[in-house]
Design a protein around this ligand. Structure first.
Ligand code: PMP
Length: 314
């Protein structure tokens, strides 16, 4: 758990980030991969040499493939082609079989998660990891991430703020924290292009716009989200999220990925609403190196309407 000096100073609160970029596969999704794989093995669904198929923005695929090497399974990873080339390279190096598909909504049969489900049915001895609707994802966060956060904060937490992709993190951590102290506020931070902000505010998901952030945002209420206890939502634009990524890097030596920018900006927004003296926790989901070709490329950023930091060449 890292106390974030800049965000804390800016708000008069204590804002902490759980350093999930330090996991062996480099992201919070290592936990999801482990939870899903253990559950499938316990249920006898996976035989030696079997194939794990998953639709992923990349990080779950990295976690699954790393574990699959150690446990002697194969992986077929289906990913939208818009994801960073660093994640694609990491999957290639680990030996995943990769299928890149167009980035289309879940309602389209060409959507990466739906293609993955179809491939799992076609391949003998394969399982569909199904991180979006498999509750083993939420459960591993309830049993590990949530418990660790509670312990590391000595049980003194006013709010937990997190973006959602599958919703496993916010559902699982929220469940544990609220079980231990019902006063803990659980807040969703949502990028543009995601339907979840409207879902929390109105009960119906509605997506508009787009974001350069990866791994977060969702157009539908996944099974992991359906049972989540979420008190409120904030919407974070890309410029605000990226400015915090760059500030954490320049001022605190923390190189975090794009979704972490949304999380930290969301935590700051909630700190301002609660007022000074509160203790707020968020997640540092993965590292910025995984998005270097986007986060540190001035031409790319400008093409997306984002103002690069003045220290970035070009
Ligand atoms: N950040 C990153 C970088 C991710 O890869 C993901 C997972 N897709 C998330 C955040 C969101 O986590 P969750 O799926 O638990 O909602």
């Amino acid at each position: 758990m890292i106390r974030l000096a800049g965000p804390s100073a800016a708000t008069g609160c204590d804002i902490y980030g759980k350093a999930e970029f330090m996991n062996p596969g480099g992201s919070i999704k290592d936990r999801t991969a482990l939870g899903i794989l253990d559950a499938a093995e316990r249920a006898g669904q996976l035989q030696p040499g079997g194939t794990i198929v998953e639709g992923t923005a990349g990080n779950t695929g990295i976690g699954l493939t790393m574990l699959a090497r150690a446990r002697h399974y194969r992986t077929l990873i289906v990913m939208p082609e818009t994801q960073s080339r660093e994640k694609i390279e990491a999957l290639r190096v680990l030996g995943a079989e990769l299928e890149l598909v167009k980035a289309v909504p879940y309602s389209d049969p060409g959507n990466y998660a739906r293609v993955a489900q179809k491939r799992a049915q076609e391949i003998p001895g394969a399982i569909f990891a199904n991180q979006f609707d498999n509750l083993a994802n939420r459960d591993i966060h309830a049993a590990t991430t949530g418990v660790e956060i509670w312990d590391e904060m000595d049980g003194r937490i006013d709010a937990f703020v997190s973006a959602a992709g599958t919703g496993g993190t916010i559902a699982g951590v929220g469940q544990t924290l609220k079980q231990r102290d019902a006063r803990v506020r659980v807040i969703l931070a949502d990028p543009h292009g995601s339907g979840l902000y409207d879902w929390i505010k109105t009960g119906t998901p509605h997506a508009e716009g787009s974001s350069i952030t990866e791994g977060i945002g969702q157009g539908r209420v996944t099974e992991n989200l359906a049972a989540a206890q979420i008190d409120d939502a904030v919407r974070i634009d890309d410029q605000t999220a990226m400015d915090w990524c760059w500030r954490l890097l320049r001022d605190e030596g923390l190189n975090v990925g794009t979704s972490t920018g949304v999380n930290v900006a969301g935590a700051i927004e909630i700190a301002r609403r609660l007022g000074p003296g509160h203790r707020i926790v968020t997640v540092l989901c993965d590292g910025g190196q995984r998005y270097a070709s986007k986060m540190f490329d001035a031409a790319f950023l400008k093409s997306k309407g984002i103002k690069p930091p003045d220290w970035l060449p070009g």
